[in-house]
Design a protein around this ligand. Structure first.
Ligand code: NAX
Ligand code: ADP
Ligand code: K
Length: 507
């Protein structure tokens, strides 16, 4: 699903009104009615106090439509107009009058601190103060109101965006921003819902299709793509019957050092679970017995050194080399890595210490085969590209880096981002149970396993990240977040492939 900027969304609104010949008031009614439906479906007429805070722009207009409909269905609604300026939008005014007329009541005006209502933890708050129109931080009593709502402990549902959160900028640390439990957002998700610095404000996000112009949405170049099941499924290539293991490629996993052989075992196992036809592992010789015992499906070749990689020589011709997990970064290993980079004809995936060696020996970056996949977590990224001001600056710097070295970069996190140099893909599967030792090793194995099956490196990265998260979600359902191990994530890959292709039950 495309993620658009506020500007593009406003353009989509305009084009929709023009092509459908509908007014902005009608469009607002359509959008806000969907918000009402979602609330009504969940509350089922519950006898609770609903407090709706409406700004004086179109987000406030949405809030007034929701208020009117809730009132009509017999809910206990109190409406507060947050009067931060006199410039009320036309559609706000239309809906302000309709609310007053149909409910036979006047919303309360909030103009200063003394006007703040008491909010109990049992209340249900609807935040319709600011949407995508926020263009400066909330200040003075307005900022205090946002904090007052946050401190109430009440459940807070944000309409379109949590108020105080910019659609395209990170707020300063002391800025007042609504911390919503749930956000119902219009048409497309906003990028700030997925960035580490801002994702905490939106809570759970649900996207409402308000029917904006299809052809505009199809043609517009997005800020990023959100990868869910529908998108991932389109990338999957089913197998032909008339094939053999050679058709699914040979994955060579290279890494490990004394005490860290488990990491390559995890990656190798994941590459086979992801479908690699063959898997070989190259490790220091201390890994031999461990690997042959823990993973009989893989072939093992060892370095002449017992404890670290010193000379990565094989007569294999693998389709992909998955390099770096547990490798350490001794001078000998750096030398061996350099020679491997100079000589290899295979595609490469670089993870963990492989990335750290690149950071400490920047001249190696120029040796990376084109379209190599790099899979840093944020600390490894910092070593690789240097620091950044905020998440937007970080994305720009990654874009420059991927273009310069012609690589694909997977930035791991609660939502992992895949950067191709041209586009950004944001993963929407996974859960905090995946924050467990070795989870990244499993990811590198999955992506390499897909690359060995001749998925394009970019496709392998996007699909691999999605499947890794989906396996994690299946694990979390069975074991809970605390108990799951990274090996469990690997072992649920089969269930993840099956779930990927299974249709959801309708209704
Ligand atoms: N046809 C449309 O344009 C539709 C718009 N919709 C709603 O409209 C919203 C956008 O509405 P608006 O563009 O009116 O913007 P908002 O309602 O988000 O904000 C209202 C106005 O407040 C002012 N403002 C911004 N930051 C401020 C601050 N810190 N302190 C004081 N004033 C500030 C700005 O001038 C801004 O235009 C969307 O988020 C969505 O909820 C929906 O009804 C769908 C259709
Ligand atoms: N809260 C979370 N939600 C979803 N995925 C997560 C979360 N925390 C971690 N992950 C995923 O788990 C993996 C952790 O990788 P990494 O930090 O390299 O772990 P390790 O070094 O232990 O292998 C990444 O793929 C990351 O996206
Ligand atoms: K809002």
């Amino acid at each position: 699903m495309k993620i658009l900027s506020a500007k593009q969304l406003k353009e989509a609104d305009e084009i929709t009104m023009e092509t459908e010949g509908i007014s902005s008031t009608r469009l607002m009614e359509r959008a806000a009615s969907l918000v009402f439906n979602e609330i009504h479906e969940r509350l089922e007429g519950a006898d609770i106090n609903i407090k709706i805070f409406c700004g004086i722009g179109n987000n406030g207009g949405d809030g007034l439509v929701v208020a009117r409909l809730l009132h009509k269905y017999g809910y206990k609604v109190e409406v507060y107009v947050v009067n931060y300026s006199d410039k009320r939008s036309d559609d706000f005014l239309v809906n302000y009058d309709r609310y007053k007329k149909e409910s036979n009541s006047w919303p309360e005006l909030v103009k200063r601190k003394e006007d703040f209502p008491e909010i109990s933890p049992g209340d249900f708050v609807v935040d319709a103060i600011f949407g995508i129109g926020l263009n400066r931080p909330a200040e003075g009593w307005l900022a205090e109101l946002l904090r007052h709502i946050n401190q109430s402990g009440a459940f807070c549902l944000a309409v379109d965006m949590p108020s105080g959160l910019f659609p395209d900028k990170v707020p300063t640390e002391d800025a007042a921003v609504i911390k919503a439990n749930y956000t119902l957002t219009f048409q497309t998700p906003k990028i700030v819902f997925y960035l580490p610095e801002t994702m905490g404000f939106a809570g759970e996000v649900q996207i409402l299709d308000i029917g904006l112009d299809r052809s505009f949405l199809k043609d517009v170049k997005p800020l990023a793509q959100l990868i869910g099941k529908r998108e991932a499924r389109q990338l999957y290539k089913p197998r032909n019957k008339n094939t053999h293991k050679g058709d699914y490629g040979h994955c060579l996993v290279v890494g490990g050092s004394f005490g860290k052989i488990g990491s390559i075992s995890l990656s190798a196992r994941a590459s086979l679970r992801a479908g690699a036809g063959l898997c070989s592992i190259f490790s220091p010789s201390c890994g031999y017995t461990i690997l042959q015992t823990t993973l009989p499906e893989a072939m093992v070749i060892t370095d002449e050194d017992a404890n670290e990689l010193t000379n990565i020589e094989t007569d294999l011709d693998p389709d992909v080399i998955c390099f770096g997990m547990g490798a350490g970064r001794s001078a000998n290993t750096v030398k061996a890595f350099k020679t491997l980079l100079e000589q290899t004809k295979s595609s490469m995936l670089i993870d963990a210490d492989g990335l750290n060696m690149l950071s400490e020996n920047k001249e190696l970056l120029a040796l990376l085969p084109k379209n190599s996949v790099l899979t840093p977590h944020p600390k490894e990224l910092k070593r690789l590209i240097g620091g950044w001001e905020d998440d937007f600056d970080k994305m720009k710097k990654i874009e420059t880096f991927t273009k310069k070295y012609k690589v694909i970069l997977v930035l791991k996190g609660a939502h992992s981002f895949v950067f191709s140099g041209k586009h950004i893909y944001i993963n929407n599967s996974g859960n905090p149970g995946m924050a467990t030792a070795g989870s990244g090793d499993v990811l590198s194995g999955i992506i390499a396993g897909l690359m060995s099956q001749k998925y394009e490196p970019l496709v392998a990265a996007i699909l691999g990240v999605y499947l890794h998260g989906l396996s994690g979600d299946i694990c979390a359902e069975k074991l809970g977040c605390e108990a799951m191990l990274s090996g469990d994530i690997s072992d649920e890959l089969g269930a993840a492939f099956l779930a990927l292709m299974k249709d959801e039950k309708r209704g």
